[in-house]
Design a protein around this ligand. Sequence first.
Ligand code: ADP
Length: 205
Amino acid sequence: IGCRRRPKASMDAGNEGRGNGAVRFPLSSCNDLVIQRGDITKWFVNGSADAIVNAANERMLGGGGVDGAVHRAAGPDLLQACKNVPEVRPGVRCPTGEARITPGFSLPVSRVIHTVGPIYKADSNPEASLSNAYRNSLRVAKENGIQYVAFPAISCGVYGYPYEEAATVSISTTKEFANDFKEVHFVLFDEDLYNVWSNKAKELL
Ligand code: ADP
């Protein structure tokens, strides 16, 4: 098929571990997985076809970490949109491993996909739950016509998931959707995460 893509050798090794340098890895012959450092609330590629994924909690009413940053940047309409998501049981709008979508409001992206990763030490099968969080986020993105999607390191903050294991789960699950998006990005807040994700992508892609 005649897709136009950046050259396969576009990974700039000189960027690794420094600055926000985006490193690209081929997901398929037509599209890339992109790993970069940065603040996911500032990320966009195209605007109307973009979504960021929020590492939310089951209540979906905001919180700390990336969730707090997403709500601050999106503005108060996001909280109202989250409140409008029906509860599946008291206090739970998005069970662990599932995903819900809202508009992006004041964010530069059109949509926010809220997912809930596992609390590493409390979950009976954290690997399955984390994989489901990525898989259901990508499924919802695809169903909504999203072409560019950006993830933070779900569960790698207060939920305590070991970075290397989380990188393996996230990249291998993303590979299942190799043909469904123009680009899948990981926007990682700190250098440790960036290095772990880059090394894992080199190994798996
Ligand atoms: P969880 O509860 O799923 O562990 P956290 O928000 O505590 O979620 O952390 C998830 C990851 O998101 C952490 O690695 C944290 O450093 C990172 N993070 C926090 N703020 C941002 C942001 N603005 N952009 C990208 N990543 C962020």
